[in-house]
Design a protein around this ligand. Structure first.
Ligand SMILES: C[S@@+](CC[C@H](N)C(=O)[O-])C[C@H]1O[C@@H](n2cnc3c(N)ncnc32)[C@H](O)[C@@H]1O
Length: 248
């Protein structure tokens, strides 16, 4: 069993650092902070040896996902994962299957909202599993089960409330997803391209899913310094989400 890791976030007006409380001093761009300072607790003000002040705050899951995990495969973006929660309305005791695990970003994000439930995340590549395992440990969440396996071949779970597919061969996995879902359960397929979307929607229809909804979630960030206007550079297209439900 892995040990529980403890983190704090050091926050100033212009910088933030996720720091593990592991007995060691921490470095920032503006100098070093002694471990004895970090231990003073949430809400305390700490200073680097060069005089830069930070407030010690409790990190949220987004701080951990932004600063604590190591990325391998391309992640699903928070704007898209949050839409899965909003559109399916799954409750915190749900059973969710996610594939492929990749970085584990989607699994960790969703697991944080499933404290009374569980997420089973499938990955076929052992290198990704190793990294995702470490990321899940950093997240401190105990409700994620990592499974080595190819979801085009099998998904073991039954009566699942939600299956999320973010993988190349999503269209070849849809039938297995259908078999594992509870009646009324949701399938969500993430498609980065139109070709992937077309293949996925055809497979979803063929498998007998109903209430098929395809959306693209566009979030436009604005700048608030100098002048208030949309930012000229940003994350534009990420992907399409196909939502579908099992009834029969
Ligand atoms: C785009 S990444 C998923 C990223 C993940 N949603 C996240 O947010 O971190 C796709 C992952 O699916 C895995 N994969 C591809 N085909 C698979 C299959 N048939 N069964 C299980 N995993 C698969 C790949 O190895 C890769 O790690």
């Amino acid at each position: 069993m892995s040990r529980k890791r403890d983190f704090v976030l050091l926050l100033s007006e212009d910088e933030s650092y996720l720091v593990e409380l592991d007995g060691k001093d921490s470095n920032t761009k503006n100098g070093m902070i002694k471990y004895s300072e970090l231990r003073r607790g949430i809400g305390s003000k700490v200073k680097t040896h060069l005089g830069k002040e930070f407030t010690v705050v409790k990190p949220t899951i987004m701080d951990i996902l932004r600063k604590g995990i190591k990325r391998t495969a391309q992640i699903m973006s928070p704007k898209d994962i949050s839409l899965i929660l909003a559109y399916t309305g799954i409750s915190n005791d749900s059973l969710v299957v996610d594939a492929g695990t990749g970085t584990g970003y989607t699994a960790i994000f969703l697991a944080n909202y499933l404290k009374g439930g569980k997420i089973v995340s499938y990955e076929k590549d052992s290198m990704f599993i190793k990294n995702a395992k470490r990321n899940i440990e950093v997240s401190g969440l105990g409700n994620i089960q990592l499974k080595a396996g190819d979801v085009t071949k099998r998904i073991d779970e039954k009566n699942v409330d939600l299956v999320v597919l973010d993988l190349q061969d999503a269209n070849k996995t849809v039938e297995n997803a259908y078999a594992s879902l509870a009646f009324g359960g949701y399938l969500v397929v993430y498609s980065p391209t139109v070709d992937h979307l077309m293949r996925s929607v055809n497979a979803v229809k063929k498998a007998g899913f109903v209430k098929i909804v395809v959306v693209e979630n566009i979030v436009r960030e604005w700048q608030s310094e100098l002048t208030l206007r949309p930012k000229t550079i940003g994350l534009m297209h990420t992907g399409f989400l196909t939502f579908a439900r099992k009834v029969i």
